[in-house]
Design a protein around this ligand. Structure first.
Ligand code: BF8
Ligand code: SF4
Length: 649
């Protein structure tokens, strides 16, 4: 018999989600948590990664009695191949998103950009310099055209290596060259990954893991880096902005429109359209007080970072937002939009529209977005929401009164400015704070939430415990939204929760102890932040020297697998709250979690317990500090069982 569903409080930490999980049960909605519970224990073969269906002599499942597939592949080959395929899919998702933005930049440069334009000329010029584009005497549009060409050739490059890699510290570039990890074009890298994992090609697990690192570098230092750069050029480089997060941002008397997915182009237009007086008037004519646009997942992060648009929730709140009964329209594009949305929406008046021809959903209405007529499309979509407002059933509406203010918008350009001012753009104060030990180190806490666990719990606990220990936390993606929901993205959080010396730095600079740096493609901002710290000097010569670490506590997507690999390939250790599907191979797991340290200077850590993660991260950071010789005058605290028990949300 299927296990009974968990209590709502075992599924999520935040009150808004708990309330909506209870309402979902009353309304007869089946949500992701209920489906996770119905699935029960995961298939052990899948979990351990020892199921192969790469050819039709299989599927092959390995057991003690049958340790080889029909072709002779063992657990090492099978888990490593599966892992590389996940990285390829994740890299493809980030990079295809990047490509669509480059094509939009090209269209704008050629005067075909319709309602889009270049918002940040300064960023365009610095990007041109970074990618070696000659700009003397060229107009803005000409520069944009050349830069778009360079970016497109990064996707198409067949030989040599990505230009974008030159943004990384020199020793790292040299290491990648020596190890054969410097990828050629982004598209070719992903094709190569699929090729080498075809039946009968690459069988050496170490070589396959290196393939995963190389493919991931093409993502982090390629597709994602380009996606972030072009977004900043077209839509503006983020600056500190106030916002609000959690389901309480939905408005009882307004037309609620949720944007969900990843690509910012349409959403940018929807933001403008929702503020258009004509659209407001139409909403009023339908009996509403206005139009309330709010976001889910990384689309939310994009428009939060640039416009302060409120965030309704992170990944596992997408269904729960509809359960409020107050959403007129949910607009999805690509990635992380659950196929269940139309069936949840059917329990209410909510309509779901898809906007990208490669991402449709049964039961949702396709309204493919045409970038050449962006504003008209955006308005047509909003009109659909307005027309649906009178269909709302007040008896089914219950918006949890839970939301928290936050500050987002921490691009590197902003950090430079906040630390050094306009005339002395510099990371120096951050480096100095790390060298003197006021900031022990930096942790990037990123990634998803996962229906198999208690949502947000690991992310929040880890973040709080690290800032308490004077570690500055950088965030992106759904992890950042989680922290937004609990008030950790405010300067006040520094006063209440940060350790005394981190608090001092935050107060002096005027920043929260947890910096929201954007969506998941914006993990490229974290790579660059780390690079700027290295270049500023005093903390080693390579990223692997830094007292820094990455963590994906509640990850679930293939994109997160790719992100983890490009951090490790860059020399930054990564803590995973749940292991990759490699546990069926001792050799592969050991290579990822130990062996890689001798190859790229960083490795993965599988750490399901948050208390253990806190300890591991602090130790790691202190070890790096010791190696840098900056730890002379510090006292160390070891954590005993009592301390561990006290780690609570
Ligand atoms: O790209 S953190 S659940 S929304 S995959 Fe998805 Fe994971 Fe959220 Fe952003 Ni990133
Ligand atoms: Fe089985 Fe080998 Fe085919 Fe995989 S590739 S399904 S292990 S025969």
């Amino acid at each position: 018999m299927a296990k009974l569903s968990r209590d709502p409080r075992e599924k999520a930490v935040d009150e808004a989600s708990v309330a909506m999980l209870e309402k979902a049960a009353v309304d007869g909605v089946v949500d992701a948590f209920a489906r996770a519970d119905a699935q029960g224990k995961s298939c052990a073969f899948g979990l351990d990664g020892i199921c192969c269906r790469l050819c039709h002599m299989g599927p092959c499942r390995l057991t003690a009695k049958t340790p080889l597939g029909v072709c002779g592949a063992d657990a090492d080959t099978i888990t490593a191949r599966n892992l590389l395929r996940e990285v390829a899919a994740g890299a493809a998702a980030h990079s295809d998103h990047g490509r669509s933005l480059v094509l939009l930049l090209k269209a704008v440069a050629e005067g075909r950009g319709g309602d889009y334009q270049i918002k940040d000329e300064g960023r365009l010029r610095t990007a041109a310099r970074e990618w070696g584009v000659q700009i003397d005497g060229l107009s803005t549009r000409q520069i944009a055209a050349r830069l778009a060409e360079v970016f497109l050739s990064e996707f198409a490059l067949q030989e040599g290596k990505l230009k974008t890699l030159s943004l990384a510290p020199l020793p790292r570039q040299g290491l990648w060259d020596r190890l054969g990890l410097a990828p050629r074009g982004i598209d070719a890298s992903i094709v190569e990954a699929l090729h080498r994992t075809h039946m009968g090609v690459d069988h050496d697990y170490r070589n396959l893991v290196h393939g995963a690192l190389k493919t991931a570098i093409a993502d982090g230092w390629g597709g994602s880096m380009i996606a972030t750069t072009v977004s900043d050029i077209l839509f503006g480089t983020p600056e500190p902005v106030r916002g609000c997060a959690n389901l309480g941002v939905l408005e009882e008397r307004q037309v609620n429109v949720l944007v969900h997915g990843h690509e910012p182009a349409l959403t940018e237009m929807l933001v403008a359209a929702s503020r258009d007086p004509q659209m407001m008037a139409e909403a009023k004519a339908a009996g509403a007080e206005g139009i309330n646009l709010a976001g889910i997942c990384c689309t939310a992060n994009e428009v939060l970072m640039r416009h302060g648009v409120p965030v309704a929730g992170n990944f596992l709140q997408q269904e729960l937002a509809i359960v409020t009964g107050a959403v007129e329209l949910m607009i999805t594009d690509v990635q992380c939009c659950m196929p269940s949305l139309p069936s949840v929406a059917r329990c209410y008046h909510t309509k779901v529209v898809t906007t990208n021809p490669i991402a449709r959903s049964m039961g949702a209405e396709p309204m493919d977005f045409d970038e050449a007529n962006a504003m008209a499309c955006a308005k047509a979509i909003l009109r659909k929401a307005i027309a649906n407002f009178p269909n709302r059933d007040p008896k089914k509406v219950s918006i949890p009164d839970v939301k928290h203010p936050l500050v987002a918008g921490f691009s590197n350009e902003t950090i430079f400015y906040m630390l050094g001012g306009t005339f002395r753009r510099s990371f120096r104060p951050l480096n100095d704070a790390i060298i003197t030990g006021r900031i022990r180190g930096v942790a990037g806490i990123v990634g998803c939430t996962n229906a198999r666990g208690r949502v947000d719990e690991y992310i929040i606990t880890l973040t709080k415990e690290l800032i308490k220990r004077n570690i500055l936390v950088l965030q992106t993606g759904c992890a950042a939204v989680a922290c937004g929901k609990y008030g950790l993205l405010t300067p006040e959080a520094a006063l209440e929760l940060a350790g005394p010396s981190l608090r001092e730095v935050c107060e002096a600079v005027g920043i929260p102890p947890v910096l929201h740096m954007g969506s998941c493609v914006d993990n490229s901002r974290i790579l660059m932040a780390a690079t700027y710290v290295v270049e500023e000097g005093g903390l080693g010569n390579d990223l692997s020297d830094l007292p820094a670490i990455g963590a994906a506590p509640e990850w679930m997507s293939e994109k997160a697998v790719a992100i983890g690999h490009y951090f490790v390939a860059s020399g930054i250790d990564v803590v995973l709250g749940r292991p990759f599907h490699t546990t069926g191979s001792q050799a592969v797991t050991d290579y990822l979690c130990n062996g890689l340290a001798n190859v790229v200077g960083a490795r993965f850590h599988y750490v399901p317990e948050v208390a253990e993660a806190v300890e591991l991260i602090c130790k790691h950071i202190e070890k790096k500090r010791d190696a840098l010789g900056i730890n002379r005058k510090t006292e160390r605290k070891l954590y005993d069982m009592k301390d561990r028990r006290e780690l609570k949300v």
